[in-house]
Design a protein around this ligand. Structure first.
Ligand code: NCD
Length: 306
């Protein structure tokens, strides 16, 4: 039985296969409409979510399966003091697969050790968010045609942004990927990623503060929200929250093919006036998130569709 805790749980070849499956689902959805008849996914969300939880549920429903779960810790027995390890033992009796989001780093990993069904990390604190990365990879590969030879700007809260951490882990495995890490001084990428992932892989990267300086050279700009819920005090958040605002004027500095991605939710970091720019693909990205989660569910449940 396989779980998904980090994008590195799949080899590059396995990822390729998964993304191919997602593309086939996109083209032939009817072929997969009953692939999971009679199967259930449990979505165990101890933290707020719109896209991730609903896209897992939509994915399972599209495959003919059903869903159960909770959308906040308050409405589960966690409020009574039940441990994640106990909860997963219970849920293993009710469902065939589960997706868990938790504010504590490592909680889905703890669950996976006690689980008798596949566990998917749907975001653990400021650590990892592998299914957002699968979504990002599918979006980039589908719209750019490749995952190598890219200059990628990652902008915003690189310290607490788990989507960025997972995406870097995944992309260092492809040849000739350059990163421009754009953040305020206080929200720079954590040392463990700079040292253990970027430097250890001899990755080409540089860190800058001004978005304007990076825009002209980028193939992709990955914007992120300042992660309010991970700050220790409100004052720091207020100071940081509007540090970057991508607007029409800044988009003029970018090349005609530069794509703008964002895991969403967006707060102020992308002005709504950018939404109509053909280079803004963050809403398309949401649709890819459903296809890739369908592919992931099929893969982890070892369902073959001929
Ligand atoms: C992201 C997350 O939860 O980390 N959202 C998502 O799953 N699409 C990004 C964020 O909350 O800023």
């Amino acid at each position: 039985m396989r779980h998904l805790m980090s994008p590195l749980d799949f080899t590059v070849e396995e990822l390729d296969k998964l993304l191919n499956l997602a593309n086939d689902i996109e083209k032939n959805p009817e072929k997969y409409a009953h692939a999971c008849d009679g199967k259930k996914i449990a979505t165990l969300f101890y933290e707020p979510s719109t896209r991730t939880r609903l896209s897992f549920e939509a994915a399972m429903l599209n495959l003919g399966g059903s869903v159960l779960g909770f959308s906040s810790a308050d409405s589960s027995s966690a409020a009574k003091g039940e441990s994640v390890a106990d909860t997963i033992r219970i849920v293993s009796c009710y469902a065939d697969i589960c997706a868990m989001r938790h504010p504590k780093e490592g909680a889905p990993l703890v669950a996976s050790l006690k689980s008798s069904i596949p566990v998917i990390n749907a975001g653990d604190g400021g650590h990892q968010h592998p299914t957002q990365t699968l979504t990002d990879l599918l979006t980039i590969r589908s719209l750019k045609g490749r995952l190598d030879n890219l200059t990628i700007g990652l902008c915003g809260d690189l310290k607490f942004g788990r989507t960025v951490h997972s995406l870097i882990h995944a992309l260092v495995r492809y040849p000739n990927v350059r990163f421009v890490l754009i953040s305020p001084e206080e929200l720079r990428i954590p040392d463990y990623i700079r040292e253990d992932v970027l430097k250890r892989n001899n990755q080409d990267f540089r860190e800058v503060v001004r978005l304007e300086d990076a825009l002209p050279e980028l193939d992709l700009l990955y914007m992120t929200r300042v992660q309010k819920e991970r700050f220790f005090n409100e004052e720091d958040y207020v100071r940081m929250k509007d540090f970057y605002i991508l607007d029409k004027a800044k988009m003029k500095l970018a090349g005609p093919d530069m794509l703008v991605l964002h895991p969403l939710p967006r707060v102020n970091e992308i002005s709504v006036e950018v939404d109509d720019d053909p280079r803004a693909v963050y809403f398309k990205q949401v649709q890819y998130g459903v296809y890739v989660r369908m592919a992931l569910i099929l893969t982890l449940l070892e369902v073959e569709v001929c």
